[in-house]
Design a protein around this ligand. Structure first.
Ligand SMILES: Cc1cc2nc3c(=O)[nH]c(=O)nc-3n(C[C@H](O)[C@H](O)[C@H](O)COP(=O)(O)O)c2cc1C
Length: 334
């Protein structure tokens, strides 16, 4: 049996380097994704700011947005030099900005071009090249659209596919609505896996609990979590025990904060603002008495000039250490 895997979704404005370093504290094994970076930004932009990351984040994949094979090859090469473990192509983002650039979800309509993009990146780097897509867009037939895309990327050497199990509607819905309104169709993704037993495929979209993750993994090789991983990061504590039979690196949210402190201290010493780091920690302690006071303290104090680790410690001191039934870890144990 192949090893099942767990990934945290690429999320613009959310999964920046601080967020990924924080998530890494709770799982050694989860694969982490950057926010999408466009090929233009990688090639012409401030690379260290856009692509820089800490060694602690491995394994970490960079997600590229683009549709020009040569640009993607060049961007992939640059990302490989930065030390990323995987190059992922975005074929799922529906924002207008992205559609004008002819990449993201609208590429579901151009499977041959996506294949050319994958082939160009494969030729440029020796890293795994993967694709994240939808099951279709607009009035596409999802059987045909997803099969066609898969055929094209597999022929080009794609190493793994993640499928967000809903269509994107390119006209009329905002990107946020496109993450909720088009109905989920997990069975479509299961059928793809049955038809493609040799291709590692992960399922994504609307997955909220470990019961659901276990169910999906009966059908799929991997699961990708987005919003729930961000808003309830303690769910990551179960990745190493559940999928790898290993102890989690820390026991709970309190230990996670302790383990993350040296990273925060190093970033503050470089001039980073505390709130840029702690904004990704607001979902910690969900379900525990005091979680709201924790969030409020961080929201008001971490933004102040000169805010330091003391602010975080004061926030954590508001939270009850009793085991509470509503926390993700307690739910897991039951
Ligand atoms: C704030 C936010 C930003 C996102 N940015 C990206 C992105 O840059 N690239 C991408 O492929 N998907 C992006 N997504 C979509 C997620 O990767 C994921 O496919 C989607 O949220 C569904 O998974 P979930 O229900 O587990 O959150 C974003 C989602 C959110 C909430």
């Amino acid at each position: 049996m192949t090893q099942k895997f767990f990934t945290v979704a690429p999320m613009m404005d959310w999964t920046d380097r601080h967020c990924r370093a924080f998530h890494r504290v709770m799982s050694r094994r989860a694969r982490l994704y950057t926010e999408m970076v466009t090929t233009g930004a990688v090639i012409h932009g401030p690379r260290e700011r856009l692509l820089g990351f800490s060694a602690v984040e491995h394994p970490v994949a960079v997600q590229l947005g683009g549709s020009d094979p040569e640009d993607l090859a060049q961007a992939a090469r640059i990302c490989a030099e930065f030390g990323y473990d995987e190059i992922n192509l975005n074929v799922g983002c529906p924002s207008d900005r992205v559609q004008n650039g002819r990449f993201g979800a609208c590429l579901m309509q151009e499977p041959v071009l996506v294949g050319e993009c994958v082939a160009a990146m494969k030729a440029a780097v020796s890293l795994p090249v993967t694709v994240k897509c939808r099951i279709g867009v607009d009035d596409q037939d999802t059987e045909e659209a997803l099969n066609r895309l898969t055929d094209c990327v597999v022929a080009a050497g794609c190493d793994e596919l993640t499928v967000h199990a809903r269509k994107a509607w390119l006209k009329g819905l905002s990107p946020k609505e496109n993450r909720d309104i088009p109905p989920l169709d997990y069975n479509r993704v299961y059928r793809l896996k049955q038809a493609r037993p040799d291709l590692p495929i992960a399922i994504n979209g609307g997955i909220k609990t470990w019961d659901e993750i276990r169910e999906h993994l009966k059908h799929m090789d991997g699961v990708m979590l987005g919003r729930v991983a961000y808003h309830e990061p303690e769910i990551l504590l179960a990745v190493d025990p559940e999928l790898h039979g290993e102890e989690p690196p820390v026991a709970d949210g309190f230990e996670a904060v302790d383990a993350y402190e040296p990273y925060i201290a190093a970033q503050l010493a470089k001039g980073e603002r505390l709130s840029n780091i702690t904004r990704h920690m607001l979902g910690l302690f969900t379900g525990r008495p005091g979680a709201r006071a924790y969030r409020r303290h961080l929201a008001t104090e971490a933004v102040k000039p000169g805010a330091n680790l003391q602010v975080l410690r004061e926030a954590v001191a508001q939270v009850s250490r009793e085991i509470v039934a509503a926390t993700p870890m307690a739910a897991l144990a039951s």
